[in-house]
Design a protein around this ligand. Structure first.
Ligand SMILES: NC(=O)c1ccc[n+]([C@@H]2O[C@H](COP(=O)([O-])OP(=O)(O)OC[C@H]3O[C@@H](n4cnc5c(N)ncnc54)[C@H](O)[C@@H]3O)[C@@H](O)[C@H]2O)c1
Length: 441
């Protein structure tokens, strides 16, 4: 079993550390935030990620939390980098935290520890880090790119059951060691050079984002021609060449990864002399999609000045408290600028930086006296939204379903005005597919 130092106690660092400990390795997780380390030492998990607390708890003996670089590096055979790489104003990735980790490593380390890059970084970062290590006299430290594909909300399961493990190494033997570290996880292993591994991660997220913007544009066409995007997506997704995933129309993608990685790949291509036009469109479609909710509200309410709108869900997706690049932020501030009073409810995301927005403890509190409710995040508890109690509590029982969570027919029959995304008025739930014998010849 190996000893692993992990830099970064965020979504990726904590899940990586907890899961490696679960596989039997000894892990030291280092962060720069004293309160975060204190919380973790006290057995509290600073982020909302289902299942993570239990994995951390059952591996308490094998995981140390520290602020001290030396403690993370001492005796470590692997030094995982799992720090944030947020976008800068230009759209490039900010690698400040990555460089901080590389520069904080002691000037001398025995043996051959391997720096393993889990953070999502632009192509070419591995080359730069390699040079920096060499310049610092750390030529004995290996470097491997091992991008992470976990999704928040299902991160522990994703780490333990990945679709693939991508390992890009300068030295074959370093890559072999990183692959061995995953013994106990059953997954395809993709061995590449370092730039290819870096690009796999960016390309995968850019492609998933492209599918979302594509189905959102189909939804917008559906609204004009009277088709139902849920039926269209189902019919398209059953094609085995396409598959059903990420074909759910809504108010656009957000979160700490998709917007950042689309932007980073677009910038990377542009900086390298290639204008990535498809990604430019993916980005613009996504920006417009968030704002279409406001147009829908205006259509029903005439004006938003003085109207009360309840945003149901704030996190960028269910099962996480992550508010980074959440569409709710854009919608909330667009509504405020239109003169609306904005209330919001979310079961786990309680941001303190949404100025001018009233956070409510219950869905009922949020919708009481409201002129409209907007489903922003498809939390499962919102499936039961169309109740008599809620209808009677609202000043006007209007639901804009930004995630197509509710059944349009049932919601309208419960006395609500209802509008989803790409689901025209007459749309009804899809009929079950006919059996082959029933198909007219
Ligand atoms: N969140 C995801 O779903 C996800 C999935 C795949 C890949 N990624 C990538 O993984 C990376 C980390 O993402 P995240 O969501 O875990 O970020 P995060 O912001 O949740 O966590 C990053 C942590 O790193 C800490 N940190 C900063 N500088 C440090 C240093 N010098 N030493 C030690 N710790 C330091 C921060 O304090 C923070 O706790 C990013 O590059 C991201 O793109 C994220």
């Amino acid at each position: 079993m190996a000893r692993i130092g992990i830099f970064g106690a965020g979504y990726v660092g904590l899940v990586t550390g907890a899961c490696f400990a679960d596989l039997g390795h000894d892990v030291v997780i280092r962060d720069i935030l004293p309160e975060r380390i204190e919380q973790l030492r006290a057995g509290e998990v600073p982020i909302y990620e289902p299942g993570l607390e239990q994995v951390l708890e059952r591996n308490r003996d094998r995981i140390l939390f520290t602020l001290d670089v030396a403690e993370a590096v001492d005796g470590a055979e692997f030094l995982y980098v799992a720090v944030g790489t947020p976008p800068t104003e230009s759209g490039d990735a900010d690698l400040g935290a990555v460089w901080a980790v590389v520069d904080e490593l002691p000037g001398e380390v025995p043996g051959r520890p391997v720096v393993v890059m889990k953070s999502t970084v632009p192509v070419g970062t591995g080359d730069h880090v390699r040079r920096r290590l060499d310049d610092r006299g750390l030529a004995n430290v290996g470097y491997v790119s091992n991008p992470e594909f976990l999704a928040e909300g299902s991160a522990v399961r994703d780490f333990m059951n990945p679709d693939r493990i991508v390992v890009g190494a300068f030295e074959q033997a370093d890559g072999d060691r990183v692959v061995e570290l995953h013994a106990g996880i059953d997954a395809d292993v993709v061995r590449t050079d370092v730039p290819s591994a870096e690009l796999v991660k960016l390309a995968a997220n850019a492609f998933l984002s492209t599918r979302i913007s594509f189905i959102n544009e189909i939804a917008n066409v559906c609204e004009l021609v009277g088709a139902d995007v849920a039926d269209v997506a189902r019919g398209v997704g059953l094609d085995h060449r396409l598959g059903p995933h990420f074909l759910r129309a809504g108010i656009g993608f957000g979160g700490s990864c998709f917007p950042k990685d689309v932007s980073a790949l677009k910038q990377l291509a542009g900086n390298s002399g290639y204008p990535f036009m498809l990604l430019q469109a993916v980005w613009e479609v996504n920006e417009l999609q968030k704002k279409r909710v406001v147009q829908k509200l205006l259509k029903h309410l005439g004006t938003l000045r003085g109207r009360t709108v309840a945003l149901l869900g704030l996190a960028f997706k269910p099962n996480t408290d992550d508010m980074r690049e959440a569409p709710s932020r854009v919608i909330a501030y667009r509504l405020l600028s239109e003169g609306a009073e904005v209330r919001a409810w979310d079961p786990v995301a309680h941001p303190d930086d949404l100025k001018g927005i009233e956070l409510c403890d219950t869905v009922l509190d949020a919708v009481r006296g409201a002129d409209a409710a907007v489903i922003v995040t498809e939390w499962p508890e919102l499936r039961e939204l169309a109740s008599e109690e809620l209808r009677d509590a609202m000043a006007r029982p209007l639901i804009i379903d930004g995630r197509n969570l509710l059944d349009p027919v049932a919601t309208r029959s419960a006395g609500f005005q209802y509008e989803g995304i790409g689901r025209p008025r007459h749309a009804s739930p899809p009929e079950p597919a006919p059996r082959p014998s029933e198909v007219a010849r």
